[in-house]
Design a protein around this ligand. Structure first.
Ligand code: MNH
Length: 471
């Protein structure tokens, strides 16, 4: 074969000697910038910074090629590598060959299966009730703050049977929660910043910030340890939640339980991975609902009208699901992931040697007009209503990642956000406080810049009930 070397890949204009493509660095919005570059440079391109070459795969067909588990695997680089210092061998940051990864994944899988959502439903619904109560009392909404609170409350109440005191009638945050949240925020900021770092700045900031960061990490671990200790003291018996699973269940394969230190890693992982991404999804959904009130009205009247939000009914909310999928397509909270060539590969005529990592830019591939059509950049939830996307579809859609390391929390996030969105939508008309574009910021995730909504009681006249087969 005469495949071209990666050095021949197109790159942004204005490359400098030694420094490389520094002129094209956009530290504040790296993956959005790379998505623009995909349109200019094609489905695969390179960015070289001080001799480090990042290969970006933004075309849908090429991205789909990297999903093949035989030829490609996951690799811990970028922010994931940074977060290892925080969450150690938690599921997200453990190496696949670390026995703790397989053990934890097997122990926790039942806790994230669809059937488990029935168990978490009431805890999730209690958060939805607190949120709608709050919005009824104070209808001018800081969406960022409230979604952070709601998603942390959900993982706390459903996952660890622990109220975080961020919403509802609690007397305020439980001991240390505020401090923990501040520390977590700074840690995620740091991890996100190092993603597409100019390589030289990384080590410098590393030294400058390490004392603060170590203190933050210690704060995080102390907070989590206190959750675990409380549970151990009170006795784990009968607690049907993630923490119970981790403390009491033996791995069906090895018969071993997770060491306590690893349970700490996991709880920290779930608090971080479980809230930031879901909050980002909820914020995007709320933005579009407020920006397009006709769509909100249609869903409220045709799908939600009079529907009690029981477990069974939430699972059947087809329009809400399609809506969430469209949010995940346009603004995936995890905008990309790294894939490592297990053997020599060819992408679009370029030779990718075994052991080489490429960055699969889901943000670009999920908007590739070649497969999603000329309106790929438009929000149109009904794309997801007609067809079911399968692995064989050319329409690249991987907001949950891929393969054995894909998101374990997927059903959890879908049930939670369907329920929260349905609760809010059936009670309120939402409006943007003032006309604003959706501006996405990039930290550890792709998440909207804070914006304000105004909620008023829903006034739309409900549609007549449909006897069967609502659609
Ligand atoms: Mn989640 C892995 C996206 C919600 C816990 N998650 C991943 C990956 C993506 C992802 C993408 C794979 C990353 C990679 O390959 O590098 N996760 C999401 C999105 C949402 C989400 C878009 C919400 C929307 N995730 C959640 C929730 C939880 C969770 C909620 C937990 C309660 N996610 C995880 C864990 C992993 C993961 C744990 C790592 C799994 C593994 O490596 O075994």
């Amino acid at each position: 074969m005469n495949a071209l070397p990666l050095s021949a890949l197109p790159h942004p204009p204005g490359r400098l000697p030694v420094l490389g493509d520094v002129r094209s660095v956009d530290r504040r919005r790296p993956t959005q910038h790379e998505t623009e570059l995909t349109r200019e440079l094609g489905p695969i391109f390179q960015r070289e910074l001080l001799g480090n070459r990042l290969v970006v795969v933004g075309g849908a067909d090429l991205a789909r090629q990297t999903l093949d588990e035989e030829s490609w695997g996951r690799v811990l680089v970028g922010p994931l590598a940074q977060l290892r210092a925080v969450a150690g061998a938690g599921l997200f940051t453990a190496r696949t060959r670390d026995p703790l990864w397989g053990q934890a994944r097997r122990i926790l899988t039942p806790g994230f299966a669809q059937a488990a959502m029935r168990v978490y439903h009431d805890a999730m619904a209690s958060v939805a009730d607190d949120l709608t109560q709050k919005w009824t009392e104070s209808p001018v909404i800081d969406v960022h703050r409230d979604m952070t609170a709601a998603t942390l409350e959900v993982i706390g109440r459903a996952g660890f049977s622990r109220r975080m005191g961020l919403l509802g009638s609690d007397d305020g945050a439980a001991d240390g929660t505020g401090e923990f949240l501040d520390a977590l925020g700074r840690i995620l900021l740091w991890a996100g910043e190092s993603t597409n770092d100019v390589p030289m700045l990384g080590p410098i900031r590393e030294v400058l910030g390490s004392r603060r960061r170590n203190a933050d990490i210690a704060t995080g671990r102390r907070f989590v340890s206190s959750i675990i200790e409380t549970r151990v003291r009170e006795g784990a018996r009968g607690r049907n939640d993630l923490l119970g699973l981790m403390l009491e269940t033996a791995d069906p394969e090895t018969g071993e339980r997770l060491p306590l230190r690893n349970v700490t890693d996991q709880v920290l992982t779930f608090l971080a991975a479980g809230h930031e991404t879901t909050a980002a999804l909820m914020e995007v959904a709320l933005y579009y609902l407020a920006a397009e009130p006709e769509v909100a009205d249609r869903i409220a009247t045709t799908e939600l009208d009079g529907t009690a939000l029981t477990y069974e009914n939430v699972v059947r909310l087809r329009q809400i699901r399609a809506y969430l999928n469209e949010c995940l397509r346009l603004w995936p909270p995890a905008p990309g992931f790294f894939r490592l060539a297990r053997t020599d590969q060819v992408l679009d005529g370029y030779h990718v040697p075994a052991g080489r990592a490429v960055f699969v830019l889901a943000l670009a591939a999920q908007r590739d007009p070649a497969v999603w059509g000329p309106d790929a950049d438009l929000f149109r939830a009904d794309r997801f209503l007609g067809e079911r996307l399968t692995a064989s579809s050319r329409k690249f859609f991987a907001p949950w990642g891929t393969g054995p390391r894909s998101c374990i929390g997927r059903q959890f996030a879908i049930h939670e956000s369907s329920l929260l969105l349905a609760s809010v939508l059936s009670r309120f008309d939402l409006r943007l406080e003032k006309p604003t574009d959706l501006v996405m910021r990039e930290r550890a995730t792709l998440r909207p810049e804070p914006f304000t909504l105004v909620a008023s009681p829903r006034t739309t006249v409900p549609a007549a009930p449909v006897a069967s087969g609502r659609s």
